[in-house]
Design a protein around this ligand. Sequence first.
Ligand SMILES: NC(=O)c1ccc[n+]([C@@H]2O[C@H](COP(=O)([O-])OP(=O)(O)OC[C@H]3O[C@@H](n4cnc5c(N)ncnc54)[C@H](O)[C@@H]3O)[C@@H](O)[C@H]2O)c1
Ligand SMILES: O=C(O)CC[C@@H](O)C(=O)O
Length: 388
Amino acid sequence: MHQVKLFNKISNAGLDLLKKDSYEYSEDLTDYDAILVRSAKLHDLEFPKGLKCIARAGAGVNNIPLKKCTEKGIVVFNTPGANANAVKELVLCGLLLSSRDIIGGANWVKTLAGNGDQISALAEKGKSNFAGPEIAGKTLGVIGLGAIGVRVANAAIELGMDVIGYDPYLSVNAALNIQRGVAYTANLNDIFEKSDYITVHVPLMDSTRGIVGEEGIAKMKDGVRILNFARNGLCDEDAVIAGLESGKVACYVTDFASEKLLAQPKAICLPHLGASTPESEDNCARMAAEELIEYLETGTIRNSVNFPNLRVPREANIRICIMHRNMPNLIARLSTTLSDRGINIENMGSRPRDEIAYTIMETNNELTPETKAALQAVEGVISFRVIE
Ligand SMILES: NC(=O)c1ccc[n+]([C@@H]2O[C@H](COP(=O)([O-])OP(=O)(O)OC[C@H]3O[C@@H](n4cnc5c(N)ncnc54)[C@H](O)[C@@H]3O)[C@@H](O)[C@H]2O)c1
Ligand SMILES: O=C(O)CC[C@@H](O)C(=O)O
């Protein structure tokens, strides 16, 4: 029986996949071998001893202690691209909200209630207070050309904008999906200096924290509009607020509210709504549940953010899944440990990722408790499990 602990409300599209005899899922489990989570912070969570994997129904994994998971042999998955369209649509909305005072106008027009036949005339008289520029013909700078950034860049081209993208780690897949017309720069300063609108779509890591900060803002055009639908720490909040107060930044639209930003009249804060569509919640939950089930049942790793992806076709009865350090001779020592005990390896696959690696070995010979203890004792083995 596999026990899956839920840390957020997960769409039924994913939970339905866990409705089988061999699974139990709930928010109340205290001992469990898998976690399904959205944005809940797991940094202070004490993991149960048997925890094997965490599936993040979403893209960002900054709510999960990745280093600790890797050290304990816990595989962390995310769902690349599964909510990208939902975020793209909200970013397009954010571009318009940052440009035209739609929220101000909509709130103001409500104050005209009670004026009956005069409403239309009053609206015409007051509307100039809420005017703002068109986005067509303006330059959008996109920081991070992954699943979301590429979609935003392509859609902005369709809306008549000039687009410059920046991503030093651009994947081949992303490059193939970028529309002609999106200019690429290898220099972040180009984005800062040339853009009328800047939107950030990178993961929050030590290397990206404050990627939009005081220095960058100083290089921007006066009246720049900044959008942050990625993570709070990516834009230095104090620098953005200073920019808003001096008029350098005309508007800041973010999916991440804070006390300071809520006090800013020129900041528009949304309650982390980027992925909140039924379509994206279903996509993420389904993909996360599939990754988790596949790993628990077969050892296959797909879309992990801390272990190498590995799929080995099943050819024997007993499968040994070993998480280990990436060090010389370790696979030879695993093989010898088995062969010294008369165990024949029928099939195997192995892949490294930086300092760690994952190996699947298959055999038709029974593993005794002594053999299992010997495998665990091989220097560099983090953990292993046997799937029969
Ligand atoms: N608001 C929401 O609800 C919501 C929803 C989904 C994702 N997000 C956030 O958006 C981020 C991006 O999502 P995605 O699906 O596009 O992820 P992704 O992994 O497909 O793309 C991220 C891109 O950032 C690039 N990158 C990494 N470091 C960079 C750097 N220093 N400079 C420029 N580019 C860099 C990567 O090369 C990659 O192409 C997520 O990590 C998450 O934090 C927010
Ligand atoms: O689960 C959510 O609602 C937000 C997810 C989003 O921030 C992500 O990183 O994918």
